[in-house]
Write a protein of this length. Structure first.
Length: 192
């Protein structure tokens, strides 16, 4: 049995552990995790927080990378304002509601769609978009509080189709002013 089949069997049998650093498959010794990075107005990069790769995200990664599922048109980043920590059962269908996704262009960010995540190919166990980070122009009448970020396969703000690949509740909320430029990076790691 190859690794894809083994991990798929482990997901179906629910033989994995959701830990603060990601999802661990103890029988295979595999850890899947990720982390978000942000900076405001060209300042210093801050690690926003570690993420959770929900079950739907794991299945998506395995099915696209090692299975027969076609690669989606893109992966997109979303911001949210809710206080709920991501859970393994979160999905694209539930994300916008449970996380309080920020969908307004006047009290959120100005783009009509979620920004695309554009990674560079890798030769290591990590892949990220740090060479081409997503850039969001904040729009707000007073201030905007962002409590987390996520990666999905749908570009539609508030959309409920596709797959939720990752979600992270930040260690502390980010508070933005009108016109701030928020650059967002995401790195996913697979370690054995």
């Amino acid at each position: 049995m190859n690794l894809r089949q083994e991990l798929a069997a482990e997901i179906r049998a629910e033989r994995f552990d959701v830990i603060p650093k990601g999802i661990f498959f103890p029988r295979q010794g595999v850890l899947a995790n990720g982390e978000y990075f942000g900076r405001v107005n060209g300042g210093a990069w801050d690690k926003e927080g570690d993420n959770l790769i929900p079950i739907e995200g794991l299945a998506h990664i395995l099915n696209v990378a090692l299975g027969t599922t076609a690669k989606p048109a893109g992966h997109y980043l979303a911001l949210f304002s809710g206080a709920t920590a991501p859970a393994p059962n979160w999905s694209a269908a539930s994300f916008a509601a449970v996380a309080s996704e920020i969908v307004s262009q006047t009290e959120g960010y100005t783009a009509a769609t979620r920004p695309v995540w554009t990674p560079a190919n890798t030769t290591t166990g990590s892949i990220d978009n740090m060479a081409a980070v997503a850039s969001l122009t904040i729009a707000t009448a007073s201030q905007l509080n962002v409590t987390g970020a996520a990666m999905l396969t749908s570009s539609a703000r508030g959309g409920t189709t596709g797959a939720l690949v990752s979600a992270s509740l930040y260690a502390a909320p980010r508070v933005f002013q009108n016109g701030d430029i928020y650059e967002l990076g995401y790195r996913i790691n697979l370690t054995v």
